[in-house]
Design a protein around this ligand. Structure first.
Ligand code: DX5
Ligand code: ZN
Length: 216
């Protein structure tokens, strides 16, 4: 099990400090939530943020693109130092092409599905991706409540992966805590994204340890 800490809930005025804290506590990935105010109603970071973070940490940057027309931004995020670029199935009619573009830009391609999007939508692109991110809240904001019905989707995705003989990682994002993690892990999730659970209490190391404990 890998933990991807989302900087969305970090203290932006002390971001370097908050990144160091999760790295020291054994986070595996740093999750960067890019929002454009169109695909989702919130507005967060651009490629400049990824470029600023890249030199201050060795953690792989897991960049979640909640933007319209993601293909337009892929070269800039790749150049900024993203390791994985996660593209929403709902954000482009050219999903296959967008994931090919991620690969060509030298990043690991990942595809994301909103809670209302079925797995049939992404079946054709699964051979292209290294990660599939199942949203367990409606994207846009940190601190929302986990949607329990998404556990069944994770389970179905794990079964589909086995049936197709593929090796992508299954990632979950939204409302993940020590309480909600056991069910998604049992269903087959490999990567847990967590934001508010890690940062809200002000003790990232303790919170990461709690997540690790439930995975055992
Ligand atoms: C929501 C983002 C998440 C968010 C998760 O749109 O994609 O990555 O940071 O935050 P929590 O863990 O607080 O639900
Ligand atoms: Zn995210």
């Amino acid at each position: 099990m890998k933990i991807a800490t989302s900087i969305l809930s970090a203290d932006f005025a002390h971001l370097a400090q908050d990144i160091d804290a999760v790295a020291a506590a054994g986070a595996d990935l740093l999750h960067v939530d890019v929002m454009d105010g169109h695909f989702v109603s919130n507005l967060t970071f651009g490629p400049g943020m990824v470029a600023a973070i890249r030199p201050i940490t060795n953690l792989p940057l897991d960049v979640h693109l909640m933007v319209d027309d993601p293909q337009r931004w892929i070269p800039q995020f790749a150049k900024a130092g993203a390791d994985t670029l996660l593209v929403h199935a709902e954000a482009t009619p050219h999903l296959y092409g967008a994931l090919q573009a991620v690969q060509q830009a030298g990043c690991k391609p990942g595809v994301v599905v909103n809670p209302g999007t079925g797995l049939a939508t992404i079946e054709e692109v699964l051979p292209l991706v290294g990660q599939v991110l199942v949203m367990t809240v409606n994207p846009g904001f940190g601190g929302q409540k986990f949607i329990p019905a998404m556990t069944a989707k994770v389970k179905a995705l794990a079964a589909l992966r086995q049936r197709l003989g593929l090796r992508f990682d299954i990632e979950v994002d939204g409302g993940i805590s020590a309480v909600t993690a056991p069910a998604v892990l049992a269903a087959g999730a490999d990567i847990l994204v967590a934001g508010s659970f890690i940062y809200a209490a002000g003790r990232p190391a303790t919170q990461i340890a709690k997540l690790r404990q439930v995975a055992r």
